[in-house]
Design a protein around this ligand. Sequence first.
Ligand code: ASP
Length: 302
Amino acid sequence: MISLVVHGGAWDIPDELVDAHKAGVHQALKIGWSVLTKGGTAVDAVEKAIMVLEDNETFDAGTGSFINMAGEVELDASIMNGRTFRAGAIAAVQNVKNPITLARKIMEESEHILLVGMGATRFAREHGVKTCSQDDLITNRELERWREIQSRKSFSTKDAFRRKKVPIDTVGAVAMDYQGNIASGTSTGGTPNKYPGRVGDSPLIGCGTYSDNEIGGVSTTGWGEAMIKVVMAKTVIDLMDRNGGDPEKAAQDGLKVLIRKAEGYGGVIALNNEGKIGIAHNTPRMARAWMTSEMRTPLVAI
Ligand code: ASP
């Protein structure tokens, strides 16, 4: 059994953006799936799928990320290997084209888990991870959004999230390979107009990403400040462990915890230790695509 699920955010995705979101997650799934079918590892599949989404300007990750209050792009990402229990993550990092690749390098070539800011960029340079200019990451769409926000008297991310109108376009993937190994990863530009240095849930192991070969893997998207409060990804893993390994039920129950305890909104992708996939969101839409070796064709939904 091999299995892969990817997401491209969960929010009130407007009709005119539906096709781009669907095409983006479908493309990422195809790339990740070809890694798995050729015998590649779950970690490889997750990294490759997320790179496709980071390079796609539709999503708030890598190129096309939100711009912070200071007019800069700061990126967060994490990846976890459910076999070795190793993880790598970066937060508030500038000038890196594919944050998920840097997170993987930290996982595999350092003794640390999370590097932030300039230290992470330095690690990228030392380890041959592609760096870039701020301009390479900033798109016209995000520049316009940023200018529009600056022209307002005030802007509250919390209020915007409650109205589900903030684009929650973080990306993520969870995979199981032929060896039964599980990996998951998440990558984001965070929230629009965030305070410089703000770190969300996505790079925090247990909040945005978690994998444990014995139970399953999870990646989340949503209002980070709420996700952190309920340690969302690990909560879903624990729920799955206790419910006999049902990823769909665990994802749904995790969202109930999120809304009850933290008034949070977002979505979850999960798979269990048999490669069964579960997806849930409490937002009007969630961009997602999935495939298992028991399916004939991939499914793409929004
Ligand atoms: N969770 C991300 C953050 O708060 C946002 C998102 O999922 O789009 O940084």
